[in-house]
Design a protein around this ligand. Structure first.
Ligand code: SER
Length: 323
């Protein structure tokens, strides 16, 4: 039986797109999608789909054996805003899920692991602009604490047990295929939907809050490319900084206005403002460029143009189907 790839958390914002991209490359049957809930998503159902709670190590191991899984992408996690509402569970899911996968890699049941880190590993004492790969890291959110601890555990399992685990510190991810869930950067997806649906948006961050962001297509390319890089070129076994573009809500609104001149935005900052304020504004990603050739392809203008045109097409198709 040929070896397969398992995606845990396949119904999430990254999971759906990563499943589709890997199935395109490797074939539908060689990529096993899994999530805690059943799905009706026709793309996820193009190949095997398993119900899996990553906290249940025995079931995880059974699925790995059943499908001869050699590589795992662990995407199940609570994001920053949801995690602040439920710190105990966020810590449990984000850490124990990782341990379950790392332990199976240590026992040689799987040979390669991808685990997502985040710009949330940084905190208010980190240099905000062009944040370096190695710098002060004092995260103030439970999500950030779990990601920083997770990075250190990944590096530990690599160093101590030879586990081949690779990780990226994702910025805010912006895509049109799937909905984000529970992140502080989610406004930058929602704004496009609202601009097209109703021509106005109420933003939960202040107008001048600059954050690092990335088009989903870039993020998927980065993920697959770090996993395909030769093991020896992966020098950072915690997580790699990767940069896409940086913008503020008001900059995004001005760019949207070029296509939708009547678009209006208002600001009603909530608890997510202090999370955003603790994060970098822009990222230095030279280590990723030097070690495995990372380069982003989307600047802010291209990201906005893609989001507006793709979401516009989707809405038009829905209207046609219902007409
Ligand atoms: N997009 C994530 C969040 O906002 C950051 O990793 O939680």
């Amino acid at each position: 039986m040929e070896s397969t790839t398992l995606i845990i958390g396949a119904s999430g914002q990254i999971g759906i797109e990563l499943t589709m991209a890997l199935r395109k490359k490797r074939g539908n049957d060689r990529v096993i999608a899994s999530d805690i809930r059943p799905t009706t998503d026709s793309d996820l159902l193009q190949g095997p789909y398993e119900i899996l709670d990553v906290l249940d190590r025995a079931s995880l191991e059974a699925i790995i054996e059943k499908h001869n899984v050699s590589e795992v992408y662990l995407l199940a996690a609570l994001l920053s805003a949801t995690a602040e509402k439920n710190p105990d569970f966020a810590w449990k899911l984000n850490m124990d899920g990782l341990f379950n996968v790392l332990e199976l890699a240590k026992a040689k049941k799987i040979s390669k692991v991808f685990w997502p880190s985040s710009i949330a590993v940084f905190g208010p004492s980190t240099p905000r602009h062009n944040t370096p790969q190695h710098t002060v890291m004092e995260p103030t959110t439970v999500y950030g604490i779990s990601k920083l601890a997770g990075e250190r555990w990944c590096a530990y399992y690599h160093e101590r047990y030879g586990v081949d685990v690779r990780s990226i510190r994702y910025p805010g991810l912006i895509g049109f295929r799937s909905e984000p869930g529970g992140g502080t950067t989610d406004y930058a997806v929602d704004i496009f939907h609202k601009a097209i649906e109703s021509g106005s948006y109420s933003c939960f961050l202040k107008e001048d809050t600059e954050l690092p962001m990335m088009m989903m297509e870039d993020a998927i390319r980065a993920t697959i490319s770090i996993m395909e890089a030769p093991s020896l070129s992966i020098k950072e076994r915690g997580g790699y900084n990767i940069a896409g573009c940086s913008f503020t809500p008001s900059e995004l609104a001005s760019i949207i206005r070029r296509s939708i001149p009547s678009f209006t935005i208002s600001y009603a900052p909530d608890f997510r403002q202090s999370i955003a304020d603790s994060w970098p504004a822009s990222i230095d990603d030279h280590a990723a460029l030097n070690d495995w050739g990372w380069q982003s392809e989307y600047d802010t203008d291209k990201l906005c143009a893609t989001m507006l045109s793709e979401i516009g097409k989707k809405k038009a198709a829905t209207v046609e189907t219902h007409a």
